[in-house]
Design a protein around this ligand. Structure first.
Ligand SMILES: *Cc1c(COP(=O)(O)O)cnc(C)c1O
Length: 415
């Protein structure tokens, strides 16, 4: 029921989706001039290696040995067949999930935090700044920074800073320093967009510092493709030719892209993005150029967006509360290569609890969006009487999200 690869099977190159896209990507625009940006516009924020990856058209990009060695602390991650969930649903579908919850930070996010820290260190940077919502990205970058001896400054959305102390403690344990955002207005609960503004302002004000983003950008999704590359190999070991459908939750799009991109060239494989109906970027947003942050400091990206001043309600799946989404994911959705579905959080927690009571592990609220869609696909296969192979992304565990489960279990969940 579980397919493990030996540590020499960690992928040696990342899969670049760019040459496989239905249409070319629209270039990011300068926030001031609205002209396409060049590499020089990005050097105050990112190392050259990452800027190169952001714009690369090479089909494969080698993973540095030092990065592979660190990924081996937890990779390859297991592929698991959810046999007990299948039995509970009485479905002919075969359900597999790729378990990214086994990383030190408990999610897929270290897959990009480690190479980002590596390339910054290699180009002489001593300090990274970033934003974090519920704390998953801040903890991943604090972990990676610790391994490379970098300072890490995390601007944490104030509402989470006050309500969720444990992720802050994780960050501090790895040596990160955490400040609530927005820094200039202590009465504001904050948002991811405003925390990005704080982190970018900090990075450009100091020569020793760069900024680091945990999702959305092309190079971040590139680093996450280790997930799908391993899963492909593991599905073959499980005796499956290919999945019929690949499902993942989508906030900025990194765990979805990481799992799904290696399957894009296989035209028969359906791809499904799952988002919360309270932050419906792909299902109800507009495709247009928009800023990545609230203050309008970042380049303009061509993406589905709810508007950079959209403040999402404080649902428990903090990692899915973002006004925009990856330009690559937007491209695939717009071209009809990827489908989208949105769920309200009550139905998401129904699925999370069903999963925990059959498979045992407690998924992150973000991950539970993918589980909801997986269960619905499996029930549809049962109705139609067809065997379907479903692969979904288990992006993280929910052991630091128990207050959300507490609210659900005791009737306090707000839709
Ligand atoms: C951050 C996070 C997400 C959402 O981010 P994406 O970039 O959309 O993948 C999903 N699941 C978990 C567990 C996360 O920590």
């Amino acid at each position: 029921m579980r397919w493990n690869l030996t540590s020499d099977r960690v992928p040696q190159a990342w899969f670049n989706i760019a040459p496989h896209l239905p249409e070319p990507l629209q270039p990011p625009l300068h926030p001031g001039t609205r002209e396409p940006i060049g590499p020089d516009d990005l050097t105050p924020l990112f190392p050259m290696a990452l800027i190169g990856q952001e714009m690369s058209a090479e089909p494969w990009i080698d993973i540095p040995g030092e990065v592979m060695d660190i990924l081996r602390l937890w990779r390859p991650t297991p592929l698991v067949r959810a046999r007990r969930l299948e039995e509970a649903l009485d479905t002919p579908a075969r359900i597999y999930y790729k378990d990214e919850s086994v990383s030190p930070a408990g999610s897929h996010k270290p897959n990009t935090a480690v190479p980002q820290a590596f390339y910054n260190k290699a180009e002489g940077i001593g300090r990274l700044t970033t934003e974090t919502g519920a704390g998953q990205w801040g903890s991943a970058l604090s972990f990676a920074s610790a391994l490379f001896g970098l300072e890490c400054k995390v601007y944490m959305v104030r509402a989470s800073y006050q309500q969720k102390p444990y992720r802050r403690v994780m960050m501090e344990t790895w040596g990160g320093s955490v400040e609530p955002s927005p820094v200039d207005d202590p009465d504001q609960p904050g948002s991811l967009g405003s925390a990005i503004s704080d982190a970018v302002r900090d990075a450009v004000s100091r020569d020793d510092s760069h900024y680091s983003l945990g999702s959305v950008l092309n190079h971040v999704l590139l680093h996450q493709t280790v997930i799908g590359l391993e899963a492909k190999e593991q599905l073959a070991l499980a005796g499956e030719e290919r999945p019929d459908i690949v499902i993942a939750c989508c906030g900025g799009g990194s765990n979805l892209g990481g799992l799904a991109f290696p399957f894009v060239p296989d035209a028969d494989v359906e791809l499904l993005a799952v988002e919360p109906s309270s932050c419906p970027t792909l299902t109800e947003g507009r495709f247009e150029y928009d800023f990545g942050d609230t203050a309008g400091l970042t380049p303009l990206l061509a993406m589905y967006t709810l508007g950079h001043d959209f403040i999402p309600p404080s649902i428990h799946a903090g990692g899915l509360r973002y006004h925009g989404v990856s330009p690559i994911i937007s491209n695939l959705v717009k071209a009809g290569r990827m489908r989208v579905v949105a769920y309200p959080q009550g139905k998401v927690f129904d699925a999370a609890v069903q999963f925990a009571r059959t498979q045992g592990t407690i998924p992150a609220p973000e991950t539970s969006h993918a589980i909801r869609a997986t269960i619905d696909e499996a029930l549809r296969a049962k109705e139609e009487g067809v065997e379907r192979v479903i692969l979904f992304g288990y992006s993280g565990h929910g052991l630091l999200d128990l207050s959300a489960y507490d609210d659900y279990l005791h009737g306090r969940l707000i839709e």
